[in-house]
Design a protein around this ligand. Structure first.
Ligand SMILES: Cc1cc2nc3c(=O)[nH]c(=O)nc-3n(C[C@H](O)[C@H](O)[C@H](O)COP(=O)(O)O)c2cc1C
Length: 221
């Protein structure tokens, strides 16, 4: 079982949200998973150009570090996203990586994976960050196991979150092992499937790669 952590903070080893990702990975490793951390601060990341190449041909026109990162994410059984809260959202680094997942969402390629997220904020709103990251993961097809957040200005909040993050890592592995299902997320998965089914049919000629993927999956109905 492979669990991949992705840290979106630009602060490298000084980052508190990266430390929470590390705690989740430690919990997952102790529960028997193979784990890897990718720090987006170490990568060369370019913007999505909305060129349609991924939809039409299945390949990205960019040749940066997001291309192999995406392959790693596709190969993982579990994903841990981490970011500080920046202006009530995730960092630009993580958002830019998410924007590069346009074909992943159209083809629901994270179906069957499990995910969770962690966020650290200066004020009390870290849940805005984890809700956003988990809403992205579930719409890409993941089952969401949970979230952990901390407020830097509240004494004890980060320490508690570090403990909770380790527990979350353990639970992530358990959810994967028992193939846990979440009925409320099943509804979102079904909505996404129908939304993208209609979109793929509508764009059959523009996006032959995605149309073929859907046909091969026997999802066109
Ligand atoms: C550009 C920028 C924007 C920020 N925006 C917010 C914000 O909207 N809300 C908040 O509570 N904290 C905000 N913060 C504070 C960070 O979320 C906080 O310092 C966090 O602990 C940093 O996490 P890190 O150590 O993982 O980088 C912001 C910090 C920066 C540098």
């Amino acid at each position: 079982m492979n669990i991949l952590g992705v840290s979106g903070s630009p602060r490298g080893q000084r980052s508190d949200s990266r430390r929470l990702v590390e705690r989740v990975l430690e919990g997952a490793e102790a529960a028997g998973a193979r784990v890897e951390l990718v720090d987006l601060g170490d990568l060369h990341i370019e913007y999505c150009l909305a060129c349609d190449s991924c939809h039409a041909r299945g390949t990205c026109s960019r040749t940066d570090d997001v291309v192999p990162l995406k392959e790693k994410m596709l190969a993982a059984d579990g994903l841990v996203l981490g970011s500080p809260l920046y202006f009530n959202s995730v960092t630009a680094q993580l958002k830019t990586v998410i924007d590069r997942m346009a074909d992943v969402i159209h083809c629901q390629r994270f179906l069957g994976k499990y995910g969770c997220s962690v966020c650290v904020s200066g004020g009390p709103e870290h849940e805005i960050g984890t809700s956003y990251m988990n809403s992205v993961l579930v719409r890409l097809g993941c089952w969401i196991v949970g979230a952990v957040g901390a407020t830097r200005s509240v004494p004890g909040s980060f320490e508690e979150a570090q403990h909770d993050a380790t527990v979350l890592g353990h639970d992530l592995v358990q959810a994967i092992q028992e193939k846990r299902k979440y009925p409320e997320q099943e509804i979102i998965h079904a909505e996404m499937r129908e939304r993208f089914r209609q979109l793929i049919i509508l764009n059959k000629d523009r996006w032959p790669h995605e149309y073929e993927y859907w046909r091969d999956m026997k999802w066109l109905g």
